[in-house]
Design a protein around this ligand. Structure first.
Ligand code: FES
Length: 159
């Protein structure tokens, strides 16, 4: 009987040692080859590259006057036509999160409907803000390409 002290007990029961994890690199796997929760994983185990995101939209589905927001793994974007190309532009204004997809187009710029700040659809930079306003970060813009089934794919953000 355990704890009675009257019998010889091994210091580590054999069934306990069989359940110990194997430490491999910076990770740990069980003796059955499965990763164990709570143990650090190897540094090289970075999440897989998500690859391009399929919008499910063809170029003919787009309304150049009223782009719709699209939820993507990279955030919410709207597809604008700019210089004959379709670009995915961050949907929400960096000033106060106004809906840029409802903004007014002027050339290669979009004007935010809330406070009229203007943003380039080429590089995302802010082209106009009131005097004294802090320059916002540029809008994120993703490149698009046509997928094998004719739908528009978004490249993941770089960096
Ligand atoms: S929220 Fe867009 S300019 Fe203010």
């Amino acid at each position: 009987m355990p704890g009675s002290g009257g019998e010889h007990e091994p210091s580590t029961p054999i069934h306990s040692r069989l359940n110990e994890p194997l430490l491999v690199g910076m990770g740990a796997i069980s003796r059955w080859g499965r990763h164990l929760e709570g143990y650090p994983r190897a540094v090289s185990e970075t999440p897989p590259d998500p690859g391009p995101f399929d919008t499910g939209l063809t170029p003919g589905d787009l309304d150049p006057e009223r782009p719709e927001p699209i939820e993507t793994p990279f955030g919410t974007f709207a597809l604008f036509e700019c210089e004959g190309e379709i670009v995915a532009v961050e949907c929400w204004c960096p000033h106060m999160q106004g809906p840029l997809f409802e903004g007014t187009r002027r050339g290669n710029e979009v004007i935010c409907p809330w406070h009229a700040w203007r943003f380039s659809l080429e590089d995302g930079s802010c082209r106009w803000a009131p005097d004294g306003a802090e320059q916002p970060d540029p809008l994120r813009i993703l490149r698009t390409l046509l997928g094998p089934t004719g739908t528009l794919l978004l490249h993941p953000p770089e960096g």
